[in-house]
Design a protein around this ligand. Sequence first.
Ligand code: C2E
Ligand code: MG
Ligand code: MG
Length: 612
Amino acid sequence: MPSSDEPEAPLVLVADTDSSVAGALAGTLAAAGFRVDEVLDGPALLEFCAATPPDLVLLDVRFSIEGGVAACRSIRELPGGRAPAIVMLHGADDDDWIQPACEAGALEFLAKPVHEALLRHRVARALAWASEQAADSPAAQSGQRASGKRIHGEPLVDATEFLELASKSIPAARADGKHVAILAIDLDFECRDGSARSDLHPARIEDYVSSEVPGRIRRAVLQFEEMELPGPACGEILVGRIAPTRFAVLLPDLDRVQDAAKLGTRILEVLEPAVVIDGRDTRPSVSIGIASFPTDGDGARDLIDMAETAAYCARQEGRGNLQFYTASMSRWAFERLTLENSLRQALEREEFLVYYQPRLELPSRRVVGFEALIRWKHPQLGMVSPAQFIPLAEETGLIVPIGKWVLRTACMQARLWQKRGFQPIRMSVNLSAVQFHQPSIVDDVNGILAEVGYDPSWLELELTESMLMNDVDSTIDRLKSLKRSGIQLSIDDFGTGYSSLSYLKRFPIDSLKIDQSFVRDVTSSPDDAAIATSIILMGHSLKLNVVAEGVEDESQLAFLQVLKCNEVQGYLFSPPVPPEQAERFLTVLTEPDSSPADVALAATPHRRGGEE
Ligand code: C2E
Ligand code: MG
Ligand code: MG
């Protein structure tokens, strides 16, 4: 609960005549921490805005009978108070509304179907922009957007003018047999001291973007014109600011569309170096997407949207990326949106399950623990693999509640088995980097253990090498706190990252799990055999428990046994199974003379191998 002196979350009003669209948008924004309400017709919209002025209205261009642009005007004409920021939603077929919408005061635009991450991004930006307008920009207070400014004597156009000029360039290029390329440039900022971007004052970011960025882009354009486009001057390259931190560049008559990437690379070079904003060392993070006529389409609006989709995809690949638009990007963005929506609801709808895979000690082949592995039983898609949804859950932050749920469920299961008289065994739970970097992680884990009444010494957390590499000193502190609570720590998928001995020595860990990619070919690939051997020897020299995962046949097992690998896990014994099946291993354990064959049979009575 926010304390009373904490500012309230911004209020967003979703105005869309289609109640299912309105509901979905409202759901996304509510999950992102906004206060949200919905209206479905014009009178309700105005009544709402008059009674409870929202901070932002998400307004469909085809809203109600009068349409979104008229509604936008009516909101602005309401007496008293400050007008909300307005973000217009539009469909691919909607036309001729941009200019009037801008004149009516719309600040941002978003194409339908709405990409969820873009929605959050644009709403946050429009709010930052609007609050800054209200605070100190006299030009902005009169409702003007960044437009018509001149940089180094060249015009910097706004979104409307950019669209207009881009539209004009297409027939001209068609007549000359040339290409038109549009580059969408998306800027974000992060503090180099690791503090959140939200710590930077929006007004200072805006100062930087307004005063520095257009000049830098222009410099890249000039270099590009001089170096890459020799010969008689071609059509004028146009730079537009299409939103507070988004720019676009129009290359109106290119012979080769690949040249657009050369300009993109130069823009990355001029924008990426660290800068000081608000007294803080800050790294701009730039993503560029490119779409072109005739390859991708012949409508300027569509090309801008495609370039922006490509910039969004480029951002997923990490900072400083550039991508050309491909048709699969829209499909990918749509599929991702669908998956992300259902992932949000999966916890509530109890669609997750935890399966357990036994870990066996060598040479006895006694079960000494289970690894808890999440499964998602999607109502339409069936079982969705964690490899598919964990990365998405990490990106959206959903991994934090999901990860807590797995930890609680696995500990409760292990505690239940103990209560029922089975001998205690270790429960291993995977921890994502996003969870590990939460400041509250140690308290969260301890809290769950206390709540469930599970002894920490029977819990192991599986971490990955890469997540330990950022800020090594604070990572070690965090690991030490977990160790002080009595929890065991292992490094999962070992061998795929920075596996140096000196690095390992610094971390207070108990086990190494050799990545299954080395185990798979341990008997056929001399390289993999050498890697597995060196990991086992290195692990032993550091007094670590070494576990091999992905053991599928007896020859791999024999190899590992000769090297005195301490534990194994894999389909040879059992795939991950539901708790009722996992319980059979505990039953076998309590029978003193059980053989390895009993162990294998315990989990999958009719078959060994992967999951069904
Ligand atoms: P991991 O932690 O390395 O888990 C081992 C993976 O190998 C599991 O895949 C397991 O089913 C599979 N496996 C086990 N034995 C064999 C074998 O003999 N052959 C082959 N080919 N595969 C085997 P799964 O369950 O699909 O999980 C994939 C990854 O997803 C996990 O890799 C882990 O990184 C992640 N994951 C799963 N559950 C969770 C979770 O609750 N939280 C987090 N953060 N990540 C999870
Ligand atoms: Mg694991
Ligand atoms: Mg692994």
